[in-house]
Design a protein around this ligand. Structure first.
Ligand SMILES: [Zn+2]
Length: 389
């Protein structure tokens, strides 16, 4: 027995009575129901069926062959009379997202010729998959603003939203946006004079109840465009969170919402210049400290030096500069990860295998004969290397 779906005529019905006509384990079908089953991208309702003064939770609602199944956390026998109650805040939120879907889909079609191929109302964000002309997979910021403006103007206008089942003659004369996916019992939803499409979902009775609509992004998805958006209280709460964030950033920067981006950009540039300056001074100081350690053995210039303030990059840069000079040997270390990083290098005219020398000291690491790097926890490793030379 097909379920009489009470939400078709009245999406605002939250309480109804029904009789259990099928019971299979923990799921029941009623003669009539206001519970919306997951379908058409809109999630199911939740609520309770009260039987003999006990409210039993409806944990899921599905539809099979026009029968709406209520999945329960305990069974109810066939023939039972029940009182159904729907969680209204969840349903109304879904109505806002779903009707927002229609408004955006209609606007993208009218403005850019994009054809909607899929809808999904998520528990946080909702998405619409759209095939755009010429394989476009996103909207520019200006195009997004254009869609938002048109949709929010139409919402503000508070136009009526009407749902009905036309006969075949009327159906053939209706200017519907998209060919219906079913052949019989086609339900039409019309919003103002700009959106008309076949739909079995739940909608508010006027566009004003959708509340604000905000598009979050458009991005490629399997060759189409996926548009992500929020409607109603979700959009209002998102605005609250964004405003709080911008206000906190503004306080940190001593700027307001309009000047914060430029202020932040200046701060990032000033910071980058400072970092560059510090790196340059560090390189100079590192080179200077290494040169101070110079001594001569057998006509070769040996630099053996621990650099407690330098980082790996400064040490490597200084090493490259020094081994460009003749007859040069470098035994360097700096702090890293609670131990020491080692850099043993030489100029081309010196015949010593620096990688082999590094390993002979017992340190970990290796590299080329003229440029080797490693690590150790031993503080005496440079003295060890000097005596091995
Ligand atoms: Zn709909």
């Amino acid at each position: 027995m097909k379920t009489l779906r009470l939400y078709y005529d009245n999406a605002y019905l939250t309480e109804f009575s029904g009789i259990v006509v099928h019971a299979e384990g923990n799921r029941v079908a009623l003669n009539q129901s206001a519970f919306y089953p997951t379908s058409g991208g809109q999630p199911n309702d939740l609520g309770t069926l009260t039987f003999e003064d006990t409210a039993i939770n409806v944990t899921d609602v599905t539809v099979e062959d026009d029968i709406v199944w209520h999945h329960l956390d305990r069974p109810i026998p066939e023939g039972a009379q029940v009182l159904g109650q729907i969680q209204w805040d969840r349903r109304f939120d879904h109505m806002q997202q779903h009707a927002g879907d229609h408004m955006i889909a209609g606007a993208v079609w009218q403005l850019f010729g994009g054809v909607t191929i899929g809808l999904h109302t998520g528990q946080e964000e909702s998405t619409i998959d759209i095939t755009m002309p010429e394989g476009k997979t996103h909207l520019t910021d200006e195009e997004t603003a254009q869609v938002e403006k048109l949709v929010n103007e139409r919402i503000q206008h508070n136009d009526p939203i009407r749902c009905w089942f036309p006969d075949d003659k009327e159906l053939s004369s209706l200017p519907i946006r998209k060919k219906p996916t079913v052949n019989e019992h086609i339900r039409i939803v019309a919003m103002g004079d700009y959106e008309m499409v076949a739909c079995g979902g739940t909608h508010p009775s006027t566009t004003g109840q959708i509340g604000p609509v905000k598009i979050l992004s458009t991005a490629p998805s399997r060759g189409n465009m996926r548009l992500t958006f929020l409607a109603g209280m979700r959009a209002a709460e998102h605005y609250q969170a964004c405003h709080r964030c911008v206000r906190e950033i503004g306080t940190l920067l001593s700027a307001d919402v309009h000047t914060a981006p430029a202020t932040l950009e200046k701060l990032i540039q000033a910071n980058a210049a400072q970092v560059k300056d510090v790196q340059s001074r560090l390189s100079e100081a590192t080179l200077h400290m290494i040169r101070m350690s110079k001594h001569i053995r057998d006509g070769k210039f040996i630099y053996a030096c621990h650099l407690p303030f330098a980082d790996a990059a400064a040490m490597q840069q200084a090493a490259k500069e020094l081994i460009a000079e003749e007859n040069t040997l470098l035994l360097l270390s700096c702090r890293r990860d609670g131990g020491r990083m080692l850099l043993f290098a030489r100029s081309r005219d010196v015949d010593v295998d620096m990688a082999a020398l590094l390993r002979k000291t017992g340190a970990r690491g290796g590299g080329k004969p003229d440029f080797a790097q490693g690590s150790t926890t031993e503080e005496t490793v440079l003295d060890a290397a000097l005596s091995l030379l």
